[in-house]
Every structure is written in C-alpha cells, then in structure tokens.
Design a protein around this ligand. Structure first.
Ligand code: SF4
Ligand code: SF4
Length: 492
C-alpha cells in the first residue's frame, strides 16, 4: 500500500500544487532531523540547518521572509522538495554529502514539525569586535539585521498554531553580537512564548546587557561567551579588545547565580601557548562556568584543522579535569557533518587518553568539586547527534551479531536521544537510570523496553552500553567497573 505525505490546502506563499511523496510506509529512505524539523535564520534567508561548514539547503530568501507570506504549509512544501532531492540522484543538494543523513522508514518521516533539535537565529552579523578568526569580519560583512525580529517570531509561531512545536529544542541566537540588536528583548520574549525550548545567547560579553543579566537571574537563558585566551595580550591580538572588560561583565553575569553559563575556547593558531592554557584554566576556576566548550576554529573551505590544535585541546581538557570536575563538551565530537571535525576528535581523544595513561586523573587536585550542587548546562543538539552517530557506527560494525545494547541515562540527553530516533528504537534493549522516578517508564514505541535500575545490569548481560549523561558519566563508568563482572563494551 502506498503512503503519502500530501497537504491539500494551498499555501499563501506557495501557489503551486503541493508535492506528494509516494513511498511505501516500510520503504527505507534518507532523511535528517534538521531537514525534518530544523530551521536556521541566516542573513541571506531561511535554511534547514546551520551545520557550520556544510552548506545547508536554503528554503527562502530575504525578500520572501520580508513578504510575510511564509507559513507552515510553504515550509513543509520546501522540506518535501529537499527530501525528494535527497532521495534521488540530485547531487546538487548539499545533504548528499552530509554526515547527518540517516536511513529510516518512510512511515517515520515527519516534515511538518519544528524543534527537538538545534535551531539557529543569525539574521545579522554586525559586531563591536573584529576577531582575527571571524569569517564575517575578514570578509568585511558585518551586517545589521537583514529582516525584522517579528518576522522570525511569526515563522516560529506558525508551527505553534498548528500544534507542531516539539519542546526541548536548543535555540541559539548567535551572530554577530546580539547586544547590538535594538529588538533583542522582543526577540527573546517572542521565542520564549513559542515554548520551543532553551535559548542560548552567544555574546562576546564586551558590552554588559541588563536584558541578558535579568534572564540569567531567572535562569531562563543560557549564556555562551568565547574567551579563547588566558592572557590579555593574546586576547587583544586575536579580538582587538581589552580582556578585562569582558572578564568584568562575566563576573557580573556569574553573580546572578545562574546555572547556565558557558565559556568557550576556540583553538586557533594564535592561542595555543602554555601561558594561555594555564591562565585560562585559572580563569575558569574563578568564573565556575556550568559548561566549558572546547572547539577548533571552523575549517572553512580548504582550511584543515592542524594536529597541534588537537594536542592543545587534549591538554586543555586534561588540565581542566585535573583541577575541577567541570562539565566539558568537545563540540567537534557532535559535528559529524564535516569529516575534518571527526579527524580532530579522534586525534584529540587519542592524545587525551595518552595523557591519562601517562598520569592517571584523580580528584587529588580537585580544588573545585560541585557535582550534584549545580544544574549543569546542556548543549543538547551536538551531544545527541554524537550519541546517534556513535550508536549507529557500533550497530554497523556489529551487524548480524544480535548485540544487546543498554542505554544508560534517561535525563535530558537520554530523553532527546530516544525521541523519534529509530536507531535507538531498533537497537536498544534496555534503558538504565538510577532515578527511581524514571524506573518503570516505557519511553519507546517498543513497549517491552523499560527503564530499569543499574542493578539490572549486574544480573542481566548486555554486550554494550551507551551513556547518555554528561553530569554522571564518571560515576556511571565507576559503577560499571566495580559491579559488572561480564565483558561489556562502552560505546564512545
Ligand atoms: S542533511 Fe545535513 S545539510 Fe542537509 S539539512 Fe540535514 S544537517 Fe543540514
Ligand atoms: S565577536 Fe564573534 S561575530 Fe564578532 S567579530 Fe568576533 S567572532 Fe565575529
């Protein structure tokens, strides 16, 4: 029997007949979570995703956004067109070479929803900085908003009107420098009203913002600031401004009591010195961010990520873990769309493992220990993608071996990982969580899969475990080491 995704009403914008997708429900097709439910507002239009170095499919141009005629139906129609091209020989579409593409059954494809993944708002690039690694500054393209914030909100809202919003999204307002937006407050409150999920604002923190401070006080927004240096001379060289001004703003933001502060280190050719590394670790110990991101400079075009950046990243990670049990994300781990990031991740993990073998990491120097005291920040999109990729690689490697795989963690990460994910659906045989309130839940379509307590794994053999937890990863690994006597592989 043929199943189809077709919508009979015509869109206000799209005057053509709607596209009908004709596949058998059990047909295996190619798709991607961003294609199905993502959106990225860029300076030149509306795209499916913002996966950095991959050219995302464009849905609409600026004029079309400004026309105010984009609605739910017209977005779904564009997605259907991209889906068809991805599932044909049309190699002109960039998705064909993107690592985010997965095989799934056609019956599991939904193109009419929004969220449950990373959404991006970057309709401007104007900035009060001119950083040496900034592609916009380099190209002299620091542009003011190219369309109004209200248009963005209207487009997000049209999914709400159809009850097609998936909460738990990660909405990032990047840029450019958001404190330069005149309508920042209206933009933030408009997004908040859609109930899509958490907003993360990327600011260089040079200019203090009362709006940001207030949202941080109520813990209703994540803040992400790239510091990228440990010492003022490097900061000035790379970013052209005084590091102390930024530090002062971050101290003020820190004093709001937020549990949603993220500090980033973008590794470039200019900031890989010992001085920067050590001083950055001290700065982190003072500011106590809830999350530290380590990422290499984006390798646009032919640019490669130097091996030295991976070695530096590994040493930075090791040093941060030596002095505090920080919540750290290695953003490149989650960017499977670009093989250069995969290579960086492998090199960095190898070096980190080598450093740990050389001198084992213990809590002997943990001057900062705050596990269980704070709600750690969550960078959902990248981490969940990383989990999906890791699981699918393991499954591919062990195809036909009928492996039993446990998913450990049914918190924020675990829930997003399970949501609408047929790789999880097909391959996970049990979910483990120490939280009694979660035990007994049946989160998957396959209702025989139950959330069990950790002791389950002591008495029931599984071949592999994938951990969907950042906060408790060390404790989980410790439990496995101490209590599980049979051989079990940890899916990394
Ligand atoms: S396949 Fe890749 S490029 Fe295409 S929409 Fe998905 S994430 Fe973006
Ligand atoms: S702060 Fe960000 S947007 Fe501004 S110039 Fe630097 S990298 Fe570019």
């Amino acid at each position: 029997m043929l199943n189809s995704i077709g919508i009979s009403n015509k869109s206000a914008y799209n005057t053509q007949e709607t596209i009908e997708l004709r596949y058998d429900p059990n047909d295996t097709v190619l798709s991607c979570r961003y294609l199905e439910r993502g959106l990225a507002f860029q300076t030149d239009g509306l795209y499916s995703c913002c996966l950095a170095t991959v050219l995302s499919p464009k849905l609409f141009g600026v004029d079309e956004i400004e026309s105010g005629k984009i609605d739910h139906l017209s977005i779904v129609e564009k997605r259907k067109d991209i889906f068809l091209r991805l599932n044909s020989n049309d190699v002109s579409i960039s998705c064909h070479c993107c690592g985010e593409v997965y095989q799934k059954k056609f019956k599991d494809v939904h193109l009419d929803r929004l969220g449950g993944c990373l959404l991006n708002i970057q309709h401007y690039t104007v900035c009060n900085f001119s950083c040496s690694y900034c592609p916009y500054a380099k190209a002299d393209e620091l542009l003011p908003p190219q369309y109004s914030e209200q248009k963005i909100i209207d487009i997000l809202k049209c999914f709400g009107d159809k009850e097609k919003i998936i909460t738990g999204s990660w909405i990032q307002i990047s840029g450019g420098e958001p404190t330069m937006l005149r309508n920042l407050e209206a933009l933030i409150s408009g997004i908040t009203d859609t109930n899509l999920g958490d907003i993360c604002i990327f600011t260089n923190s040079f200019k203090h913002s009362d709006i940001i401070e207030n949202y941080l006080k109520s813990n209703s927004m994540f803040l992400s600031t790239s510091v990228d240096a440990g010492i003022p001379s490097t900061y000035k060289k790379m970013r052209g401004k005084e590091m102390q001004v930024v530090f002062d703003t971050l101290v003020k933001y820190r004093m709001t009591g937020t549990t949603r502060m993220q500090i980033k280190y973008i590794i470039t050719d200019e900031n890989r010195s010992e001085d920067d590394l050590f001083s950055f670790v001290l700065l982190v110990l003072v500011l106590k961010p809830n999350l530290v991101h380590i990422i290499p400079e984006f390798p646009y075009g032919d640019k490669q990520i130097p091996r030295d950046s991976a070695l530096f990243g590994a040493k930075l990670l090791y040093s941060l873990r030596k002095y505090g049990d920080f919540n750290i994300t290695l953003q490149a781990d989650g960017i499977s769309a670009d093989p250069k990031f995969t290579k960086f991740s492998v090199e960095m993990h190898e070096e980190y493992d080598r450093l740990c073998t050389e001198t084992e990491l213990t809590d002997e120097y943990h001057i900062l220990n705050w596990t269980n005291e704070k709600e750690h920040a969550v960078q959902t999109g990248g981490y969940v993608n990383h989990l999906t990729k890791s699981l699918s690689t393991y499954v591919e490697k062990n195809s036909n071996r009928n492996k039993k795989i446990a998913l450990w963690g049914y918190g924020t990460y675990g829930q997003l990982f399970c949501y609408d994910n047929d790789i999880v659906e097909k391959n996970i045989t049990v979910i483990i969580d120490a939280d009694k309130h979660k035990q007994g839940i049946r989160p998957l379509l396959n209702k025989s899969i139950i959330v069990e307590p950790p002791e389950y794994l002591v008495n029931n053999n599984v071949d592999a475990i994938i951990i969907a937890s950042s906060n408790y990863r060390i404790e989980i690994l410790d439990y496995i080491k101490k209590n599980i006597k049979h051989e079990v592989e940890i899916i990394k």
